[in-house]
Design a protein around this ligand. Structure first.
Ligand code: ADP
Length: 191
């Protein structure tokens, strides 16, 4: 857990696959190894708590919300050796350069968790590029809520029905939720 060179680790998978849980597990171990850990997340993710990354199972780690990834330079302490980033898909493409610089110029171990695919099953934001840059990629699976098979996709439901491919990001007045689904039960109407 003590490292001599910078490195990039990426943890991807659909919603409920345990990405945040795995990120927290690695960060806890880094703390045990006496590493100086800092955790960041996009300011828009207000899922549970503004200043923490929290897994669906309840584990938590304090985190600094960033309006943009470049703000990391304002908050990064000189003695930090491990950086965790949750919900990486919501950062713009500038995250690629930031992550490379953290690893290459500061010898930091960077661990990024995020969705590899959006609800349509298409590559999500900067994650494919971070997966290419990474020294290590772990693709986690959830459990399909329909059949119990391993789930690799996030099903978006609006008022209980599969969201259409062209549905807007925010549907005003609608109740919206997400489920983990396998390839067979992931439905994205396109007509
Ligand atoms: P992620 O960050 O990938 O969304 P979390 O780490 O927040 O995932 O949560 C993972 C936890 O969610 C699991 O350990 C389990 O307790 C719970 N969970 C709820 N629904 C599911 C599901 N369909 N498949 C797997 N785990 C699920």
């Amino acid at each position: 857990m003590v490292h001599t060179q910078g490195m990039v680790e990426v943890i991807v998978g659909p919603m409920f696959s345990g990405k945040t849980e795995e990120l927290i597990r690695r960060l806890r171990r880094a703390v045990i190894a006496k590493q100086k850990v800092q955790v960041f997340k996009p300011a828009i993710d207000t899922r549970y708590d503004d200043r923490e990354v929290v897994s669906h199972a309840g584990g938590a780690f304090s985190a600094i919300p960033l309006a943009s990834i470049e703000q990391i330079w304002d908050y990064l302490d000189d003695d930090t050796t491990v950086v965790g980033i949750d919900e990486g898909q919501f950062f713009g493409e500038a995250i690629n350069d930031v992550v490379r610089r953290l690893a290459d110029e500061r010898d930091i171990r960077v661990i990024i968790a995020g969705l590899d695919m959006d609800f349509r099953g298409e590559p999500f934001g900067p994650m494919p590029f971070l997966m290419a840059e990474a020294d290590r990629v772990d693709k986690l699976q959830a459990i399909c809520v329909v059949c119990g098979a391993p789930a690799t996709r996030s099903q978006r439901l609006i008022n209980g029905k599969p969201a259409h491919y062209n549905d807007p990001v925010v549907v005003v007045g609608a109740s919206e939720m997400y489920e983990a689904r396998c390839r067979k039960h992931h439905i994205v109407p396109r007509d």
